[in-house]
Design a protein around this ligand. Sequence first.
Ligand SMILES: Nc1ncnc2c1ncn2[C@@H]1O[C@H](COP(=O)(O)OP(=O)(O)OP(=O)(O)O)[C@@H](O)[C@H]1O
Ligand SMILES: [Mg+2]
Length: 326
Amino acid sequence: MKDTQAQPIVEIEDLRVTFPQAEGSVRAVRGVSLALHPGESLGVVGESGSGKSVSWMAVMRLLRAPPAEVEAGRLRLAGIEVMQARREELTELRGRAAAMIFQDPMTAFDPVFTIGHQIIETIRAHRATSKRAARAEALDLLERVEIRNAEAILDSYPHQLSGGMLQRAMIAMALSCRPQVLIADEPTTALDVTVQAQILQLIKDLQDEMGMGLVMITHDLGVVAETVDRVVVMYGGKVMEEAPVVELFEDPRHPYTRALMVSIPGQEGGRRRLTEIPGASPDPSDPPEGCPFHPRCTQADAQCAAEEPPMAVLGPGRRAACWRLT
Ligand SMILES: Nc1ncnc2c1ncn2[C@@H]1O[C@H](COP(=O)(O)OP(=O)(O)OP(=O)(O)O)[C@@H](O)[C@H]1O
Ligand SMILES: [Mg+2]
């Protein structure tokens, strides 16, 4: 249900996020550019520390600044200039424009209030509606995320729910503002495989039904294969490659993407995960010169060590930053 003719719903140009520290600044995101169109689903993959979460926290203005230093040529979400957004726009940004869900649903809920109270308050913070109407809506949302005994769950406290149930409740709360974009940061990593599959299917179904844009941040290439149209591969705070999902799997062009594919162990309960590529991720406070992947790249030569490769357009929706593209 993507609409690539329309204006992108998310526009990121040259996003940079730095965390100044005594021992040297952590350069978490180093010039990321990408766009998401209405209704489109985008996967963001890359090893731990590649800047996936920080990028999208910046888009949601969820990074505390200071300490974070966020810069961007452009950062727009649903027509809102993120960097300039003041209080009212921020409420809109984190509600009607976009919602973010995380690996640990406990971070989304306050342990001292019931699930119902929190969803109802979220709805009422964004829309003028009576408590009663908001409660009916919360009930409806819980049913939509396939929580069966929704009435009882509304009156439960977060710690009374299982991990899977709490994840569903968090999704319900995220959807309560009817966001145009749902950003899911490793939403199923903490869950067992069966529940993972159910939650992913649920997210996909809701995305279709509501025509939302979806950003799926994950280590798991299997999740990407099943849920998104397009994939951005990140490494060392940069985008290495971007491609429609089928093309990425059939014909990965960047050596880093290929290494990720090779490192997929195949059958691990049917799931494909990013595992170890020989060597270590770059130190974000002292990233290498040239291509960030060159110290681990089997194709690298002197140019890769000296000069940063430009992002090259390889075809419709395809780009990669590499001197040794195959
Ligand atoms: N508040 C912070 N202060 C200092 N450094 C930070 C902070 N938050 C993140 N970082 C650093 O920024 C880099 C990118 O972190 P980020 O959380 O975006 O990685 P990620 O790709 O989401 O990894 P993972 O897959 O483990 O979630 C990491 O080196 C991380 O240690
Ligand atoms: Mg992360």
